[in-house]
Design a protein around this ligand. Structure first.
Ligand code: ADP
Ligand code: MG
Length: 249
């Protein structure tokens, strides 16, 4: 008997005018696992992702998180449900330091105002921020402004900021894009650790197959808005429809 999924995407459809970007898509993500969404450009991955993080409202279907229907929850409430996301294009505060950027990620679960959080964070919050900065390997750059970091380190900073939310579900849109091999290896290790050690559930959209195949427990493959395959990395890699979707375009 399998456990109830942590995330259950049920028959979602998203239309933009006459274009059906996502067409009756369903998949389940088990708690504490890494689930990847892959597929050719324009397949509907980011649109699906944006429905789960509530930036888009699906035209039809349901999104159930830990047994709760969140299909109509506003994006601003998702932090309360324990959902954190990173963006395909970074959204950092360039003029603020690494430390301050991660500190701001604590805001949803901090008691006071934003100003107070920045000026006088409590010891527990400071410790959390420093431990996250260390975990993503940015201790050396703790006081560097975000805009001075190279792209790979900015992505790690965004991940640390998302973790500051203490998420139960982490949504990552192309976390490895633009990273060097060494940074990809660090990300690989960190994401595995987040699921096995911290029990976080991860859903990622990713093009870097080396990473997807190494870290994913399950993979859902999309093409033209629909699910064309699903399974373990080995099952998906040998699926004829997947090979055709990637090579036949
Ligand atoms: P992927 O992330 O798999 O590359 P997307 O989800 O970004 O694909 O896009 C799926 C389809 O939906 C594409 O044809 C894209 O042009 C279209 N699309 C995405 N977002 C919008 C939008 N906001 N308005 C209109 N069309 C969109
Ligand atoms: Mg995309």
């Amino acid at each position: 008997m399998s456990a109830a999924p942590f995330l259950n995407v049920q028959n979602i459809t998203v239309r933009f005018g006459g274009l059906t970007a996502v067409n009756d898509l369903s998949f389940e993500v088990q708690r504490g696992t890494i689930h990847a969404l892959i597929g050719p450009n324009g397949a509907g991955k980011s649109t699906t992702f944006n429905c789960i993080s509530r930036y888009y409202q699906p035209t039809a279907g349901r999104i159930v998180l830990d047994g709760q229907d969140v299909s109509h929850a506003p994006a601003s409430h998702m932090a309360r449900f324990g959902v954190a996301r990173t963006f395909q294009n970074l959204e950092l505060f360039g003029q603020l330091s690494v430390y301050e950027n991660v500190l701001l990620g604590c805001y949803p679960h901090s008691a006071g105002t934003l100003g107070r959080l920045l000026r006088r964070p409590n010891a527990e919050t400071r410790d959390l921020v420093d431990s996250l900065i260390e975990r993503v390997g940015l201790t050396h750059d703790r006081n560097t402004t975000a805009r001075e970091l190279d792209f790979g380190h900015q992505k790690l900073l965004e991940l640390a900021r998302a973790l500051a939310l203490k998420p139960r579900l982490l949504l990552l849109d192309e976390p490895a894009a633009g990273l060097r091999n060494r940074d990809i290896e660090n990300l690989d290790r960190l994401l595995k650790e987040l699921t096995t050690r911290d029990g976080i559930t991860v859903l990622l959209v990713e093009h870097v197959m080396q990473l997807v195949m190494s870290i994913s427990n399950r993979i859902t493959v999309m093409s033209f808005g629909q699910k064309i395959a699903e399974g373990t990395p080995a099952e998906v890699a040998s699926d004829a429809r997947v090979i055709e979707a990637y090579l036949g375009k």
